[in-house]
Ligand binder design. Structure first.
Ligand SMILES: [Zn+2]
Ligand SMILES: [Zn+2]
Length: 76
């Protein structure tokens, strides 16, 4: 199952150590944003599970993955 789609052409992205759109020939990075304050989250890898931490002053706490907003950013 693949839920990752190109933000430009909506094609399915391929995983090659990074996300890649065959159609656009562009690499993408998946970036997580805080659902509460919109800051970029830091991905913490622990015991095989990914956690997302918000460093902003208003949050400064872990965010549940189910609430995190993901965005694909084009890589130069
Ligand atoms: Zn594309
Ligand atoms: Zn936050």
């Amino acid at each position: 199952m693949n839920e990752n789609h190109c933000p430009q052409c909506d094609n399915e992205l391929q995983w090659q150590g990074h996300y890649h759109c065959m159609q656009c020939d562009v690499d993408f990075k998946k970036v997580a944003f805080c659902p509460d304050c919109d800051s970029q989250l830091e991905k913490l890898q622990a015991c095989g599970a990914a956690n997302y931490f918000c460093h902003s002053e208003s949050c400064n706490e872990l965010k549940s993955k189910s609430r995190v907003r993901f965005e694909f950013q084009k890589q130069a």
